[in-house]
Design a protein around this ligand. Structure first.
Ligand code: NAP
Length: 247
């Protein structure tokens, strides 16, 4: 019997990076997982890597009809949910002087509206004592240059974690936020050119107390802890950041 045998989890944005690492940790422990993402090719690769205990559902969290489709798959594949990881997100840089309305709207549609409606639509399927984990970012508590829109969206999510906690506690459901610092997930390379990513990475390493990036596996262990082990903890935000927001 694995630690997560008989457990069902849904991980939005579970097709790559940190979400995929969470899926791998849980599947290795015996859980059944549903992962989501927009790219079918990325989902197929993840599903292959995870094996039979994973179901991949394509969908955009910003689309309410895609979320309804997800609810249908979760009902038929899992029945109920023991852990929900609201992790899908994008991280374009948003400099004050050049960010367009289009980028602003897309970022809030995915990172904020998408997270809210993911929880709203999947909440009826959460089992008693389920854990919900929202992926925020340390950007929401520090003034990181060129991230105002992204950071504000993650601050909204951190706030929702508190309110959702109060709203779902009568059902015994805990809701917490997990706040990654620099984690080596590959997301940087999707945000900027390779040269800019190298420069950004060097700056982040120099300012990090542990002097390094975190790994996706380190994130996954902390996320699983909040979802399954932290049974007297709700409404908090756990930083997984090498001490960057604390030291
Ligand atoms: N890595 C870091 O240093 C860091 C730090 C702080 C916070 N975060 C947050 O951590 C989360 C995971 O990021 P990551 O670093 O693991 O990057 P990643 O590898 O790019 O993962 C993002 C995941 O979200 C999915 N996704 C993006 N937009 C989506 C949408 N509209 N609908 C459904 N799925 C969507 C992606 O798949 P598709 O692109 O195929 O849709 C992918 O599965 C994000 O919320 C990010 O903001 C990351």
């Amino acid at each position: 019997m694995g630690k997560y045998s008989d457990k069902n989890a849904v991980i939005t944005g579970g097709s790559s990076g940190m979400g995929l690492a969470v899926a791998e940790l849980l599947v290795r422990g015996g859980a059944r997982v549903v992962i989501t993402g927009r790219s079918q090719a990325t989902l197929d690769a993840a599903r292959k890597r995870l094996g039979e205990n994973a179901v991949a559902v394509r969908g955009d969290v910003a689309s309410l009809s895609d979320l309804d489709t997800l609810v249908g798959h979760v009902k038929s594949e899992l029945g109920s949910i023991d852990a929900l990881f609201v992790n899908a997100g994008i991280a374009p840089l948003t400099p004050l002087d050049s960010t367009t309305e289009e980028v602003y709207d897309e970022l809030f549609a995915i990172n904020v509206k998408g997270a809210f409606f993911t929880v709203q639509k999947l909440a009826p399927l959460l089992s008693a004592n389920a854990g919900v984990v929202l992926t925020t970012s340390i950007a929401n508590v520090i003034g990181m240059v060129d991230t105002s829109v992204y950071a504000a969206g993650k601050a909204a999510l951190r706030s929702m974690a508190r309110t959702f906690s109060a709203e779902l506690l009568p059902r015994g459901i805990r809701v917490n936020a997990i706040s990654p610092g620099p984690i080596d997930s590959g997301i940087l390379e999707t945000m900027m050119s390779v040269e800019a990513a190298d420069r950004f990475r060097a700056e982040r390493i120099a300012s990090n107390p542990m002097g390094r990036y975190g790994t996706v596996e380190e994130f996954a262990v902390a996320a699983a802890f909040l979802a399954f082990d932290a049974t007297y903890t709700t409404g908090v935000e756990l930083a997984v950041d090498g001490g960057e927001t604390q030291l």
